[in-house]
Structure formats: C-alpha cells, structure tokens
Design a protein around this ligand. Structure first.
Ligand SMILES: NC(=O)c1ccc[n+]([C@@H]2O[C@H](COP(=O)([O-])OP(=O)(O)OC[C@H]3O[C@@H](n4cnc5c(N)ncnc54)[C@H](O)[C@@H]3O)[C@@H](O)[C@H]2O)c1
Ligand SMILES: [Zn+2]
Ligand SMILES: [Zn+2]
Length: 370
C-alpha cells in the first residue's frame, strides 16, 4: 500500500478536489505506474457534469503517460522501467473484437466505463471509501494501479508529455479522419471543432491528401492553430463554411464532415449532414448530454444520396499498433504533437485548467505531475 495525490470529483457538477488517497498494490495482470503527464480532455468534463453515467467518487483523467514502477503477478506486456501510454480503452488482444481488428471495442472496455478495475474492484481508497478511476485509469493521480491491458509501451526517447496525448486526443482525431471517414487524396473535408481532438482530425485529413480541409470553430485562436495543423480554410460559423464549400465544389458539397465539438447537439448534426453531398459521410466523435438525442432527422437524403453516419470510439484505432505508429510519425516529423500543448498546470491548478479549456484558451492543457 502507498499513498498518492489525485484530483477527484465527488458527485455530478462538484468541483475537482485534490486529495491524498491510499493506493493498493498491483493485483494479477496489473501494474503500478508513476504518471508524468495527463492531458485534459473534454470527456473528463463530460464525466464531471454527468453526461456520461458514472459512479462517484471518481479520480479523473484518461489521457496519460508515465513509467512502470511495479508489476503484479502474471504481467507479460510491460516491465519495471518501461515508458507507457495509458490507452483509454483496455485491449485484451484475444476477445472477438480485439482479434478481428477492432481493439477499441475490446469486451473489457465496457467495464472500464464505470471507473472500476476490470475485475470490478477498486485500487484507490480513502478510509473505507473506494474511488474509481475514469476509464479504469485515473491519470489525474500522481500514481495509479492499472491493468496491463491499458498499457502501451513506447520508446523511452519519446517525450512523456506528447506521449500522454497519444492515449486519447491524437488517435481519436487522427483516426476519425483516416479510419472512420477514410479520407482519400482530393477529398473535401469539413471539421466542426478544432480542439484537442479536432486538431488531429485536421492532421489526419491533411496527411491523407484532402484537397480542402475546412475547419469551423467560433474561437479565433483555434482557427489560427488549425492552419498550423494543415487546415486549408477556417470559418467562425457553419453558414460561412457552407457557402464556401458549395462554391468550391460547384454544388457537389463535401465528402466528409467530422464532428469534434465540445457538446454534440442536434443542431451540429444538422449542420454536418447538410454540408456533405452524395455518398458523403458524417463522422460523430463528440459527446452529447446523457438522456438527450443528438440526431433527429428525416432519412430521405441519407437513402437518396447514399450517405453514411459513422460513430467513432478512439478514432476506431487499434491502440496496440496505432499508438506506436503515431509515435513514429511524430519522430519523423509527420505529426505535430508539441504544438498541441498550449499550457502546463500543476495538479492543484486543475479547476483553473478546466476553466481555461472552457474559455477556449487551450488546444490541450496538460497536468505536469513531477
Ligand atoms: N468518441 C471518442 O472516442 C472521443 C474521445 C475523446 C473525446 N471525445 C469527445 O470529443 C469532443 C471534443 O473533445 P476535445 O477534448 O477536443 O474538446 P475541446 O474543447 O478541446 O474542442 C472542442 C472544440 O469545439 C469548438 N466548438 C464548440 N462549439 C462549436 C460549434 N457549435 N461549432 C464549431 N466548433 C465548436 C470549441 O471552440 C473547441 O475548439 C468532446 O465532446 C469529447 O467528449 C470523444
Ligand atoms: Zn479523451
Ligand atoms: Zn479484447
């Protein structure tokens, strides 16, 4: 048993609170990891405000990287001293979904959604109270005990700050463009929302050879940054983007619209479906409010134009192969990751960090643990 400092949320819409927690030793197939960095993804806020059903109290954070300090019995994937990215979905490697090329849909991921470990128990405690960790991780803690299935080993030469972003935002956005949309050379792509996830959808679309990578985001700073990630055109509103796309394609409209906004709403779905043309696809990444609909539509144009609405989890990536692959692309200078990190925070500044995210000040803020 050891102790760790962590940012936790005690109930829906409660502020983040810094607490000292007891941490169990790693069980079978678990490791104790010292987190170096954790990214601040909107999904943590969605957990905090109740958009994802959750069990509280909950240690936040699902986008992190660090160093393995201890391994439990039976661990084979990683060893003490390894640098690892925490995959926000565990990958067992052998279930039906893992073994058919859909690692992000691993059967063990279902359990991770509730904040418990994969066996249903807890590793964080305070007195008699058990604390779960977002996605069975809890990267807003200096140390955590996590499943080896949540660990993806990366080369120790990869800086751990950018490594952290490979645990969610980078593969999610990049894979939304490359895998879910399947962007091809010459395509016209519109990306709604250019934050931590959307900036990587921009990079994925641009590297796939899209002729037009248009970004819609109301925040000027996000639009400026989008250009550095490969956006060819940026717009403050859907209406401006629509007029441009109509003109630029002689009315054929876009091949793909990718939704990576803060809160997914019916309005955004309608905007995205209106901007794609025949055989067009609408790629849904963003999270909406629990208990509300985000799609309400007449399906005539979907059928008549052979259109597609595609959901995205983890960019529809395979974490075990795609995380190291994205790290290699970064090292070769093909993927910009340093530019994603706008600000660094201490753990105690976590409420400020989420305020800055809400005010549009950051592409990604990261918590620096050490
Ligand atoms: N499906 C998945 O696997 C997955 C993984 C990670 C995040 N997400 C979700 O993706 C979304 C984006 O996450 P993020 O961390 O990049 O958030 P973010 O806050 O960094 O980025 C969202 C961006 O959307 C912009 N925006 C807000 N309203 C808009 C509108 N009406 N039109 C255009 N742009 C608008 C904001 O200015 C911001 O730049 C969240 O809903 C998050 O929960 C999903
Ligand atoms: Zn995330
Ligand atoms: Zn599996």
């Amino acid at each position: 048993m050891s102790t760790t400092r962590a940012a936790v949320v005690r109930g829906v819409k409660e502020p983040w609170e810094i607490v000292d927690l007891d941490l169990d030793e790693p069980n079978e197939r678990e490791v104790l990891i010292r987190l170096a960095y954790s990214g601040l993804c909107q999904s943590d806020r969605h957990f905090q405000v109740g958009d994802f059903p959750a069990r509280f109290p909950l240690v936040g954070g699902h986008e992190g990287a660090g160093v393995v300090e201890k391994v439990g019995p039976g661990v084979t994937r990683v060893a003490v001293g390894d640098h690892v990215v925490c995959s926000f979905l565990p990958v067992c490697g052998t279930c039906h979904w893992c073994s058919t090329g859909h690692q992000a849909l691993c059967d063990l991921g279902l359990n991770a959604g509730t904040g418990q470990m994969l066996d249903g128990t807890f590793r964080f405690h305070h007195g008699s109270e058990d604390f779960g960790g977002v996605c069975a991780l809890g990267t807003f803690s200096e140390q955590a005990v996590i499943s080896e299935y949540s660990c993806v080993k990366v080369d120790s030469s990869l800086p751990l700050d950018v490594a952290a972003l490979l645990g969610c935002g980078v593969p999610t956005g990049w894979g939304a463009a490359v895998y879910a949309a399947g962007v091809r050379a010459g395509d016209v792509v519109v990306i709604y929302g250019s934050g931590g996830v959307g900036s990587n959808a921009v990079q994925g679309a641009a590297r796939s050879g899209a002729s037009i990578v248009a970004v819609v985001d109301p925040v000027p700073f996000k639009r400026e940054m989008a250009e550095t990630f490969g956006a060819t055109h940026t717009f403050a509103t859907h209406e401006d983007a629509y007029e441009f796309i109509k003109e630029a394609t002689w009315g054929r409209l876009a091949n793909h619209a990718i939704i990576t906004v803060t809160d997914h709403t019916v309005e955004i779905t309608n905007q995205a479906t209106s901007i794609v043309g025949k055989v067009g696809s609408v790629i849904v990444v963003a999270t909406g409010r629990h208990g509300e609909n985000q799609i309400e539509m007449n399906t005539q144009s979907l059928k008549g134009f052979q259109q597609r609405i595609q959901g995205v989890l983890f960019g529809n990536c395979n974490p075990l192969s795609d995380i190291p692959r994205l790290a290699d692309q970064y090292k070769r200078g093909e993927l910009r990751l340093d530019e994603l990190i706008t600000r660094r925070y201490r753990l105690g500044e976590i409420n400020q960090a989420f305020e800055d995210l809400a005010e549009g000040k950051n592409i990604r803020g990261v918590i620096e643990h050490s």
